[in-house]
Design a binder for this molecule. Structure first.
Ligand code: SF4
Length: 186
């Protein structure tokens, strides 16, 4: 007897706030661009240790990262807009991570996955960077050692929320320029 396969459920992305009437829908450019951006993030996985293995599980069929429009991983910083840092970052590796971030075009977002990337984790030693936010700005932190795939997905959903609500003017604002300047990034 063959097993009955239930088709996967697809959810339509919710419509952004706007005005609706017979045959028309009007919203702001910010909201329309935010909707497109948040559902088509191209992540660059910067995985250096065990948290990267959790990310591999997140990409695989059981958790299926593709459901969030992010199945296209980019190993080229210039074609990525979400930097996912997963694992211990040694101080020797810090300039490389920083260079990858600088090579990404705006708008770009950063997700720090796990205790090591966020704070150095258990490695409170001379050779380990005590959190990537010492060298690049971070948008969302995912706690855990390692975080489960559900937590990584939760982190990406939080990034999507930020992306969807971000003003198109933010990247040119004095506050954002000041944030980059505080990291010595032009
Ligand atoms: S947070 Fe834990 S699981 Fe993740 S890289 Fe560090 S030691 Fe490994």
């Amino acid at each position: 007897m063959s097993a009955i396969i239930t088709p996967p459920k697809f959810e339509v992305a919710p419509t952004p706030p706007g005005f609706e009437g017979p045959g028309f829908f009007a919203t702001t450019l910010d909201k329309a661009v935010g909707l497109a951006r948040k559902n088509s993030l191209w992540p660059l996985p910067f995985a250096t240790s065990c948290c990267g293995i959790e990310f591999m599980a997140t990409m695989a069929s059981h958790y299926d990262f593709a459901r969030f429009g992010s199945e296209r991983l980019s190993f080229s910083p210039r074609q990525a807009d979400l930097l996912m840092v997963m694992g211990t970052i040694a101080k020797k590796m810090a300039p490389v991570l920083r260079q990858v971030y600088e090579q990404m075009a705006e708008p770009r977002w950063v997700l720090s996955v796990g205790a090591c990337a966020s704070s150095g984790g258990i490695f409170d030693t001379y050779s380990v960077l005590q959190g990537i936010d010492h060298i690049i700005p971070v948008d969302v932190y995912v706690p855990g050692c390692p975080p489960r795939p559900e937590q990584i997905i939760d982190g990406v959903l939080n990034i999507q929320k930020l992306v969807g609500e971000e003003s198109l003017r933010r990247r040119n604002s004095p506050e954002y320029k000041q944030l980059l300047a505080s990291y010595g990034i032009e």
